[in-house]
Design a protein around this ligand. Structure first.
Ligand code: EPZ
Length: 423
């Protein structure tokens, strides 16, 4: 097993590029299964979750091949309809197999995902939606078994905006008979990217980017050639935070600033100087003043993303004054707090609120990563801390960041992966 070793205190300098979005690619991979024709997706990040979903596609009997950020999917040989526990337990997005399998083949068996490090992660809204479209649902031996002769369009009203449930509904409705209306749909950019892909497949969708989506089911959908996935706004924010926390001067390329508006507004409030460059880049710093404690509350898009909460907290550990951070999406997403505290951060937790009292400096320590974004937060803290930081269980990072260590070391970070010593 690998650990990450960092020596902090170096101001980062140079130009780096964000990769394509993992959370946009996964729903698009599921959408390709709605057709018999092959699709190719470009700008795909070479990360573990994408490989895991490719594995799932192969288990279903189809073919997926990832090379040089390009993904080829040949979906016409599907003959299994079961997403097995061993796979689902490592990646909850496997639930995206439900919509397309059900709509195209009339049967889907997906292992119940169970909880994870950040919260309960229920799938009740996914199931409610496919039931409304006419599916029968049975729970057997830890599996959701969904069947349907032909799905029919329906009006679906979500009590809360869920990215995953909106994705599954869009996927299922695209091959259903008639019109489906989704109220309180997720407005996350990854959902809009899926809508764009589905439209390229021939699907009829209106209301893109709003909370009210309407889908007119098609009889058949085509494959799509060379669809370019949107940039990863969470990775972009992490790279920007790395520049900010080290007082560096860094240009981050391949970003969609329009999809990161609130993040940039908060950065400005925190006293960070930056320039958004036309064509998709941002130039950060250098910063000569201390960061100002700036509160955030995580909300569905266009609110502040929960997937940037941990990274924001890492920056705020060094800001002046108190910062109040409210986590409104996941019930257990403060696992990084105690680890940051081991590096000298002062943070109190009260329910879903963390109060960060800025300190003048962090000191390197041995810490443990608990999930993908917590890993990123610990790396940020390590880049700013005095001395050596060692991050164990860093394998979480590979799920969603493409070569983060190489990218950061290219702009001056002292960061490397080492084999963990056995204790
Ligand atoms: C997606 O998860 C992302 N994952 C998560 O990113 C992200 O944190 C989350 O959206 C919120 O933005 C992927 O895109 C693969 P939700 P998802 O359904 O779709 C509740 C990362 O780090 N809910 O929008 O699972 C749920 O409990 C990951 O890359 C139900 O109650 O999230 C939560 O409070 C971690 N019932 C809220 O909705 C349901 O059936 C939003 O969850 C489904 C969700």
């Amino acid at each position: 097993m690998k650990k990450m070793v960092l020596h902090g205190g170096r101001a980062l300098k140079g130009t780096i590029s964000a990769s394509g979005s993992k959370n946009a690619t996964l729903p698009i991979m599921a959408a390709t299964l709605l057709s018999d024709e092959p699709s190719t997706i470009t700008g795909v990040p070479m990360v573990r979750d994408i490989r895991t979903f490719s594995e799932l596609i192969k288990i279903l009997g189809a073919n997926a091949y990832l090379e040089s950020n390009m993904l080829h999917i040949q979906p016409d040989t599907i003959k299994n309809f079961r997403a097995p526990y061993d796979l689902v337990k490592t990646m909850r997005a496997s639930i995206y197999a439900l919509g397309p399998l059900l709509a195209k083949y009339g049967r889907a068996e997906v292992s119940m995902p169970g909880g994870c490090a950040i919260g309960l992660r229920p799938i009740d809204l996914h199931l409610m939606a496919v039931k409304k479209l006419g599916a029968q649902i049975e729970m057997k031996h830890g599996y959701v078994i969904a069947t349907a002769k032909k799905l029919r369009g329906a009006r679906i009203v979500f009590p809360k905006a869920s990215l995953g449930a909106t994705v599954n509904t869009l996927l299922a409705a695209s091959l259903a008979q008639g019109v489906t209306v989704i109220e309180n749909a997720s407005k996350e950019p990854e959902v809009t990217d899926l809508c764009n892909f589905l439209q390229a497949m021939g699907a009829v969708i209106s209301g893109k980017g709003t909370g009210l989506l309407s889908i007119t089911g098609s009889r058949k959908l085509n494959g799509v050639k060379n669809y370019k996935v949107i940039p990863d706004r969470i990775e972009a924010a992490t790279l920007i935070a790395a520049a900010v926390i080290t007082k560096g001067s860094v240009t981050v390329e391949n970003i969609r600033a329009d999809q990161m508006s609130l993040f940039f507004e908060k950065l400005r409030e925190a006293g960070v100087s930056f320039e958004i460059i036309k064509g998709g880049a941002v130039k950060i710093g250098p910063r000569r003043v201390r960061l100002k404690g700036t509160d955030i509350a995580t909300e569905p898009y266009p609110g502040f993303p929960t997937d940037i909460q941990a990274q924001w907290m890492a920056m705020m550990t060094l800001a002046s004054g108190d910062t109040i951070i409210k986590e409104n999406i996941w019930e257990n997403r403060f696992m990084h707090v105690l680890e940051l505290a081991r590096m000298g951060a002062q943070i109190k937790i009260d329910g879903n609120t963390a109060i960060v009292t800025g300190v003048k400096k962090l000191s390197g320590a041995s810490v443990m990563a608990s999930d993908l974004r917590a890993s990123a937060a610990l790396i940020l803290a390590g880049l700013a801390a005095a001395g050596e930081t060692q991050i164990r269980r860093i394998y979480h990072l590979d799920r969603g960041y493409e070569n983060l260590d190489t990218k950061l070391s290219a702009i001056g970070a002292d960061i490397r992966l080492e084999n963990e010593d056995s204790v």
